[in-house]
Design a protein around this ligand. Structure first.
Ligand code: ADP
Ligand code: ADP
Ligand code: MG
Length: 707
């Protein structure tokens, strides 16, 4: 075994590799760019070498700098992770020329599988079923169009050098072929520097099923069963699982047999994946799947295979690269239960899944039996705009598929992130999608069900009341004087939910608390504040939680109780439970909500976890000016930091509820801010083209009567 290796990657996969290396007593060297100076992988490794500026081209894609770092630190081998240089045969050659070991297949194997067209020709020869199509060298438009007609529509045009879901066009009819080819070539040229394409039959109701294979330098090849990665968005995997639902022993034998044959055809050494496209219109058939491509590296979704087989694939990679034989034979590899993985991203599903960058104010995962988290960032870290915005992979293992999916759902439900938009709710909705649950998915499921998957749970007035109490009570700056207003104990509260400003008044009387201002009136009484169970996200006992008395109202009966605190990235997160009796139309019920309060740049984030749903609100800091005097007439706040694109009003204008006031743009996404009610514009505090801090006041409104 090696004594020291360098990891030519970043983020979760670099951290993942370091964990196994450490367990095996192998020292690790991380490399990092400017943007990653404070990244976890750098901190986790035994040593770290700075390799240049933030753009990947000048750092993580610079083979020269990486090899120099390995030589300088005395590392004997380089693990490439996935992406970046992992499938670059020239890099493998350079590594070996420098006298180092590449932890992966030979340059020859990578080259043979690197171009989709050549790989398909090779697989056809090896007797592996390949999607019917044209994989040849003739790239003439007219010729390819004739081929497409011969194959039969719909067809898929693919960049031969493609990857990462890019460079693909589905074409339905002959008339559209030339234009699609043109645009596919353009994308292929700019993404991969190579505009060669292949044409293949578009398989209807496609399921993506892939087989994990492993080879060693002694000539042994095994498979570790299949993974189903059919839940995709724009050809990118979203949720993966193992084994594949509905897989029969006959189909499994055919598919794993073909995969092993494919690997052997290129003398494969190390971890690899053979991707198949399967006809999912009915039950899987032994003659209903076709080779798509081979990924000659460790796959993002390898943990589901580790979960069901009990083996550590990174350990196998290190052993095989060090010249050892595979630790087990095919007969010793079995499936135990079911595993599923969800890719948690900093992206905004409601805004077209645009990637998000910025500071993660708070990050905590729902823990539980059978849950594994492979992450690369912690609370307080920054998601950089330079790389893939993945936050973590949440992996759930259980005895059955239902058990694994239930565990995934509750781990996602207990996952709490403040500061950035993420796809957490989207993943959670997917985990309970009826078609997916029934195992009847294909790669088009997400697109078809998108509206339902993006639907937000309605925010009830009770949830708002709980959020308001938490936001007001825990605030040490809160002024109690304000509570006695208009002769009754009441306070105004502004909460932002998805950028929309919600304004209410919390009224306190002998009977309890009331929330007024919404369509319905919510009332809760018998309120008690408690310390949440240790499972509360982010407030794990291991972080040295302390219970402390909360600040309390001076009114009687006071809202007083204990909470838990945890510190991350210098900020204190508070967790508590609020239990109360709720009353509506004469019937009373009981409510227990868990609440997490995290300071953010512009105030605090309040998450209310109630009946399995999580509702996240931003409560702007009163000192940020957002909540300033003005008799609660409603200031218009920036929902996030961004640029003001359009200003439609000026001081003195009368506006009606719903009128557009201005448009902001943040992370390439537009937000329209509208008048919450009929009013007069008192002041406009920003100009077109200007920058606005999230939570800052953009426009001040006053009542028409105020003059
Ligand atoms: P997996 O098949 O392991 O799920 P993905 O297709 O999601 O892998 O790719 C893993 C990472 O590698 C992603 O960040 C993706 O953008 C990147 N990647 C994969 N193939 C290529 C390629 N040919 N060129 C550039 N990046 C790639
Ligand atoms: P990449 O290198 O980008 O991963 P793949 O060839 O693996 O490209 O294809 C990516 C995805 O595109 C597959 O997972 C599948 O969802 C879809 N796809 C590819 N080929 C076909 C096909 N012939 N018919 C239907 N869908 C396909
Ligand atoms: Mg692929």
């Amino acid at each position: 075994m090696f004594s020291k290796i360098l990891i030519a990657n970043r983020g979760e996969i670099a951290c993942r590799i370091i964990r196994t290396a450490r367990r095996l007593g192998v020292r690790t060297v991380a490399v990092y760019s400017d943007a990653d100076a404070e990244a976890q992988h750098r901190k986790l490794a035994d040593e770290a070498v700075h390799i240049g500026p933030s753009p990947a081209r000048e750092s993580y894609l610079s083979g020269e700098k990486i090899i120099a770092a390995a030589l300088a630190t005395g590392a004997e081998a380089i693990h490439p992770g996935y992406g970046f240089l992992s499938e670059n045969p020239d890099f493998v050659g350079a590594v070996e020329k420098a006298g180092l070991v590449f932890i992966g297949p030979s340059a020859g194997s990578i080259r043979a599988m690197g171009l989709k067209d050549a790989a398909k020709r090779l697989m056809e020869k090896a007797g592996v079923p390949v999607v019917p199509g044209y994989h040849g060298d003739n790239q003439d438009v007219g010729f390819l169009a004739v081929e497409a007609d011969r194959i039969g529509y719909p067809v898929l045009i693919k960049a031969s050098a493609g990857g990462g879901g890019k460079g693909m066009r589905r074409v339905e009819r002959t008339e559209d072929f030339a234009a699609a080819l043109e645009s596919c070539r353009r994308e292929a040229k700019s993404s991969f520097g190579d505009d060669k394409v292949l044409i293949e039959k578009y398989i209807s109701s496609p399921r993506h099923i892939e087989v994990q294979v492993f080879g060693d330098s002694q000539g042994n090849t095994v498979h570790l069963f299949e993974r189903d990665c059919s839940l995709q968005r724009r050809h990118q995997k979203v949720i993966e699982e193992a084994p594949a639902p509905g897989m029969s022993e006959a189909v499994r034998a055919a598919m794993t047999g073909a995969a092993v044959k494919a690997a052997q055809a290129v003398n494969y050494k190390g971890a690899g994946t053979i991707e198949f496209i399967a006809d999912g219109s009915d039950s899987l058939r032994p003659d209903g799947f076709w080779f798509m491509e081979m990924n000659t590296r460790l796959q993002v979704e390898h943990p589901v295979t580790e979960a069901i087989t009990g083996f550590d694939l990174v350990e196998w990679q290190l052993r095989v690269a060090a010249g050892e034989a595979l630790p087990v034979t095919q007969e010793q590899i079995h499936i135990h239960g079911h595993a599923v993985e969800a890719r948690l991203y900093a992206e905004d599903p409601a805004g077209g899944f645009l990637p998000q960058a910025g500071r993660i104010d708070h990050l905590a995962f729902g823990a539980g039996e059978g849950i594994r988290i492979d992450g690369g960032v912690i609370g307080g870290d920054t998601v950089s705009p330079f790389y893939d915005p993945m936050i973590a992979k949440v992996i759930a293992h259980g005895a059955t598929r239902d058990a694994a999916l239930d565990r995934l759902g509750s781990a996602l439900g207990g996952t709490h992130i403040a500061g950035l938009a993420t796809n957490r709710d989207f993943l959670r909705a997917l985990s309970v999608d009826a078609t997916f649950r029934a195992g009847r998915m294909d790669t088009g499921l997400i697109e078809r069900d998108l509206d339902a998957l993006l639907r937000k749970p309605e925010i009830s007035e009770e949830v708002l009341l709980v959020a308001a109490l938490a936001a007001l009570e825990i605030d040490p700056q809160a002024s109690h004087a304000e509570f006695r207003h208009w002769g009754e104990a009441s306070r105004r509260v502004v909460l932002l939910a998805d950028g929309e400003s919600i304004e209410r008044r919390v009224v306190f009387d002998e009977a309890g608390y009331r929330l007024i201002g919404g369509a319905a009136e919510a009332r809760i009484s018998g309120v008690s504040v408690g310390v949440p169970p240790s499972a509360l996200p982010g407030i794990s006992p291991s972080r040295g939680e302390i219970g402390r008395e909360t600040a309390s109202f001076t009114h009687s009966p006071p809202l007083r109780g204990r909470c838990r605190e945890a510190t991350e990235g210098g900020a204190t997160t508070t967790g508590l439970t609020i239990a109360a009796r709720t009353e509506q139309n004469g019937t009373s019920a009981h409510l227990t909500a868990r609440v997490v309060i995290t300071p953010t740049r512009v105030g605090k984030s309040v998450s209310v976890l109630l009946a399995g749903e999580t509702f996240v609100f931003l409560h702007p800091d009163p000192l940020s000016g957002a909540d300033a005097a003005h008799g609660g007439s409603g200031d218009i706040l920036a929902p996030m930091t961004g640029v003001v694109r359009l200003v439609e009003v000026k001081a003195g204008d009368a506006v009606k509820a719903g009128d557009r006031l201005l448009v902001m743009e943040a992370m390439k996404m537009e937000h329209t801010l509208k008048a919450p009610r009929d009013a007069v514009v008192d002041a406009v505090l920003v100009a077109e083209g200007g920058q606005a801090e999230g939570g800052s006041v953009l426009v001040k409104l006053k009542d028409a009567a105020d003059g």
